[in-house]
Design a protein around this ligand. Structure first.
Ligand SMILES: [Zn+2]
Length: 196
C-alpha cells in the first residue's frame, strides 16, 4: 500500500525517533508499504517519520543512482541493488573531508540544495531480522544513509543550509506546508486548508 508522505512543516519530522523491538506491530507490512511508497515516489531512501512514525527506522535503495554516467563502473556496481533496512541505527563515526552533494527530499518536493557531509560513515544497526551489523559505507551510499539517519534524529537537509539559503527558500517551504505544490505522489500537508 502506498502511504502518504508527510510534507515539510509537520511536527513529526522534527521528532527524535524512538527505538523499536521485534514485537513492533506489523513490521513486515510496514516495511513492504515503505518500499512501495519510496519506489512510487522514485526515492532512494525513506525514513519512518516521513510516513508519520517517530521511530528509528529507515530504508535505502540506491539502485536509481547506479546509471549515473559520471560514476566509475565500480561505483555503479556498488549502488546497483544496494537495498537495506536500518533499525535502531547509531552512527558511530563520520570521517574525511566534507564534500557537497545536491540533495533533495521526498518531504520537500522540488527543493534541491548542496549539502556538505563527511564521505565515510560507520554505522551500527539492526536489519529486518533484528540481526546486528556494524558497517562502513562511503560515497553516495554513505550520503543517502546520512540523509535518512538525520530524519530519525529530527533533522532535515534544509536545517543544514546557510542562513542566507534558508531565507531564500523560506517562501517555497511555506508553500509546501500548505500543499501549494505540484507533486506526482501521495502527500499529507500540515497547513493545507480543509476543502469543504
Ligand atoms: Zn529526506
Amino acid at each position: 500500500m502506498i502511504l502518504p508522505i508527510v510534507a515539510y512543516g509537520d511536527p513529526v519530522l522534527k521528532k527524535v525517533g524512538v527505538d523499536i523491538d521485534k514485537d513492533y506491530p506489523n513490521l513486515d507490512t510496514l516495511l513492504d508499504n515503505m518500499f512501495e511508497t519510496m519506489y512510487n515516489a522514485s526515492g532512494v531512501g525513506l525514513a519512518a517519520p516521513q510516513i508519520g512514525l517517530a521511530i528509528r527506522l529507515f530504508i535505502v535503495d540506491t539502485t536509481p543512482f547506479s546509471d549515473d554516467e559520471d560514476l566509475t563502473d565500480e561505483e555503479q556496481k556498488a549502488l546497483n541493488g544496494f537495498k537495506r533496512v536500518f533499525i535502531n541505527a547509531t552512527i558511530l563515526k563520520e570521517e574525511g573531508d566534507e564534500w557537497a552533494f545536491n540533495e533533495g527530499c521526498l518531504s520537500i518536493p522540488d527543493v534541491r540544495e548542496d549539502v556538505f557531509r563527511k564521505p565515510k560513515v560507520t554505522i551500527e544497526y539492526l536489519d529486518e531480522n533484528f540481526e546486528l551489523h556494524t558497517e562502513v559505507f562511503d560515497g553516495l551510499i554513505a550520503r543517502v544513509i546520512q540523509h535518512e539517519y538525520d530524519h530519525i534524529e529530527g533533522v532535515l537537509f534544509t536545517d543544514k543550509l546557510s542562513s542566507l539559503k534558508k531565507r531564500l527558500i523560506k517562501g517555497r517551504l511555506g508553500n509546501i506546508s500548505k500543499g501549494k505544490i505540484d507533486v506526482d505522489y501521495r502527500m499529507r500537508f500540515p497547513d493545507q486548508k480543509k476543502k469543504r
